[in-house]
Design a protein around this ligand. Structure first.
Ligand code: ADP
Ligand code: ZN
Ligand code: MG
Length: 470
């Protein structure tokens, strides 16, 4: 039988407000254990929480950027459970009146993943297991989180990956979180079930807790869906339970039976007042939402003539998109600028997080200058490319690296002389070319380019060389 995946994701995103949700301790990542703490966030009796309004504003922006309705009235509730990472023995969260509701994120295949809700809550501390002992670090306790809950609308591993990537990018664009899964500022719980393809009913689900990388999330989903299918095929039944994924053995195992909302004995936190949001505040926050990744991609393709695949690469990192937009000011053909960024600049950047940072030696203004020189025909493409390499190395401007005499290109006389030299010094390439190896000409053109420091016109050189050896 053919099976279909049914998946709903619950994603926690740490907000990068300066201070925690109910006290004025810093939210900074790291720090010596238990140094970013005060009586409120370590839950001493008698302390009173006070809601950081900035958290509400960040969460509203997250809701607006994901097509949610913003509740004008909401409240905070206590979710009771006893675990050493939670010193009060309850987490302050939102239960039945979340701040944002009924949003969606659209996937590239046109399907919408509906968001049931986005609510605000506090993070718990972190347990560290060492040599048989367990230590607790409360620095993370009280760091503000939003939890984004989807409807069970995701139908494949690829859709789940795309959803998480899109969510991550949107949150980064609006600047509410850096969403670094490896640092725990974004974590996903995966609710997963399988059903015969075409069936209108949902199967029993399991929940895999705390995925901290997209790769592992995909692997866990693959393992867990196969486990469920095997179980059903062999006449068994899936038990609703909470699982942990072990990336070393690539298996899931049971953590605990599924808890019910009832188990948490939710009730309103009597220490915190009702959260009121006015229409004016929503409008004010709406105005701060920048152009989002999907809109940007569309504009790059439709208005700037950038191919779709390139547009996707440019919007994937907010800083790259901002850089690109600055670099094309007044440029006739933005595609040239895009090619320099994707082809040449990206090659000098090692990994994803460095692309995220995009701290390169060439300012957007300087790339703009280079492309202008090219567009006004002061320099040729070859020289532009070799100059960009030097700019990346030295941080200098194109106009500092290219002299007036370089700008004119190479006169025909000198080009001819260098071509003759290239032919003379590369007898093997000449022979190869004559034997039908078209590519051999490239090494001779390369010689001319190198010895003219990129000034020669490569097409012209190729033609001259061909005529010399014919
Ligand atoms: P609970 O209140 O028990 O936590 P929720 O209704 O809040 O359950 O759902 C939690 C998550 O599980 C949501 O993301 C939802 O989309 C998802 N989910 C619910 N039913 C299924 C199912 N049968 N298969 C996969 N995911 C599901
Ligand atoms: Zn504190
Ligand atoms: Mg739930």
């Amino acid at each position: 039988m053919n099976y279909e995946l049914v998946v709903g994701l619950e994603t926690h995103v740490e907000l990068n407000t300066k201070t925690k949700i109910f006290c004025s301790c810093t939210t900074q990542f790291g720090g010596d254990p238990n140094t970013h703490c005060c009586p409120v966030c370590i839950g001493l009796p008698g302390t009173l929480p006070k809601l950081n309004r900035e958290v509400v504003r960040y969460a509203i922006r997250a809701g607006l950027a994901t097509n949610c309705e913003i509740s004008r009235i909401s409240k905070m509730d206590r979710k009771n459970y006893c675990y050493p990472d939670l010193p009060k023995a309850y987490q302050i969260s939102q239960y039945d009146m979340p701040l944002c509701k009924n949003g969606y994120i659209e996937l590239s295949n046109g399907r919408k993943v509906r968001l049931n809700r986005i609510h605000i809550e506090e993070d718990a501390g972190k347990l560290i297991h060492k040599k048989g002992d367990t230590y607790v670090d409360y620095n993370r306790g009280g760091v503000p989180l939003i939890e984004i809950v989807t409807e069970p609308d995701i139908r494949s591993i690829d859709e789940a990956k795309e959803y998480v990537e899109k969510l991550q990018l949107i949150m980064r664009y609006i600047g509410v979180s850096d969403c670094r899964m490896e640092e725990g500022s974004m974590r996903c719980d995966v609710n997963i079930s399988v059903r015969p393809k075409g069936s209108g009913e949902f199967g029993t689900r399991t929940e895999i807790k705390n995925m901290n990388s997209i790769t592992f999330m995909a692997k866990a989903m693959e393992y867990e869906s196969e486990r469920q299918i095997d179980l059903i095929e062999s006449g068994g039944k899936v038990t609703q339970e909470t699982l942990r994924y072990d990336s070393v053995s690539n298996t899931t195992s049971s953590m605990r039976g599924k808890e019910d909302a009832n188990d948490y004995r939710y009730f309103r936190d009597p220490d915190l007042v009702t959260i009121n949001v006015t229409d004016e505040e929503v409008a004010e926050l709406e105005a701060t939402i920048p152009e989002l990744p999907d809109e940007k991609r569309e504009r790059y393709v439709d208005e700037l003539g950038i191919p779709e695949t390139d547009a996707l690469l440019l919007i994937k990192y907010r800083k790259v998109a901002e850089y690109f937009e600055k670099a094309i000011e007044g440029i006739q053909n933005p595609k040239t600028t895009a090619n320099f960024i994707i082809g040449q600049i990206f090659r000098t950047i090692e990994n994803e997080s460095a692309k995220e940072e995009f701290a390169i030696n060439v300012s957007a203004e300087n790339l703009n200058e280079l492309v202008r020189m090219l567009e006004s025909k002061k320099i040729k493409m070859n020289l532009a490319k070799s100059t960009l390499d030097k700019m990346l190395e030295t941080g200098k401007k194109a106009s500092e690296l290219i002299s007036e005499s370089d700008m004119g290109g190479l006169d025909e006389e000198t080009t001819k002389r260098l071509c003759a030299e290239a032919v003379e010094k590369n007898p093997k390439a000449v022979a190869d070319y004559k034997n039908g190896k078209e590519k051999a000409i490239k090494s001779m053109v390369g010689y001319v380019m190198k010895n003219s420091r990129g000034k020669a016109d490569a097409m012209q050189a190729e033609n001259i060389i061909k005529s010399l050896i014919q």
